[in-house]
Design a protein around this ligand. Sequence first.
Ligand SMILES: *Cc1c(COP(=O)(O)O)cnc(C)c1O
Length: 378
Amino acid sequence: MTKIFLSPPHMGGTENQYIQQAFEQNWIAPLGENVDMFETAILDYTAGEHALALSSGTAAIHLALLTMGIGTGDSVFCSTLTFAASANPITYVNATPVFIDSDEETWNMSPEALRLALEDAKTTNNLPKAVIIVHILGLAAKLDKLVAICKEYGVPIIEDAAESLGSTYHGKMTGTFGEMGIFSFNGNKIMTTSGGGMLLTNSNEDREKAFYYATQAKEQAPYYLHLEIGYNYRLSNILAGIGRGQMEVLADHVDKRRAIFDRYSDTLADLEGVSMMPILPDTAPNCWLSAIRLDYSIISKSTKEIVAYMQERDIEARMMWNPLHKQPSFSESRCYQVGEENISEKLFEEVLCLPSGSSMTEAEQARVLEALVEILTA
Ligand SMILES: *Cc1c(COP(=O)(O)O)cnc(C)c1O
């Protein structure tokens, strides 16, 4: 039996041709046709306006912050239930992260907790310079409310859509709602360039500014002139070739992941003590990962025990992230929540992510379900 991974790369077949092309043209550089065409393909797919291909999603968040002029003394709000890469770049620019709790309906940023935090910041005259809204697992956050609240306080949004490429909210692609949006093409994401990212923005000026920081902050001059510190963050033309090929199969791979979620739902939704991840009305998740939530008044096994059990059967399942405000690396940071109970801490205990790769066979899905039902009903 082969190992079933959580979300392995799934090539479509044409990736190699684009890489080959780059070799033939000797464009083995962080610019070239593949980079341009990859950006165009992302804009076509998302109906975004300007795109900048980068070496990682983390670099994209870093550049979004730099482009917004965020630095020392500033604060930036961020979802607490997310991967550390959402918030790490806040510290790269010497700003202070402030975390916002999740809500039960989306597992993403709670509009009520966000309002509490903004009210508090306003009274101390310390409004954040940006709010980073994450769509975890491909589930759309409550964008209507979150966007309206941020507008009310005049704070721009960076949408961390690293996991939600292809997810829609009211028919519009996630990643296109904020002043800036980012995608990741890391190895385990819904599509991969082996490593890469993309910055999306509606402003050509912001795209140019981000490009400037991504290419060592070179000034227009006949010699090397630098007025600011820059970075080397562009995506290579070789890796962009993988991205071009992946874009041709992305819609199909999203469909496949949705079908896997449906298959899991059919079997698991009827199990007592198990519920599927929540999906807001009028949203369509890309189902990057399918996740379940356990009710410990009925289920006696912890997510940790289930992960270990699956591991023994060569199946990779994963626990939810420990929220960022609980991470030692962010121990100085506070987290805003509504009431006594922190939702993200509960979700950390109760949520389990299941293998969700678009290349999974039906037999492999059956294997996952069989093992899961076994342990859950034991
Ligand atoms: C993967 C990920 C990132 C970082 O993207 P990289 O391309 O790995 O740098 C940021 N935020 C979230 C939510 C992610 O899942």
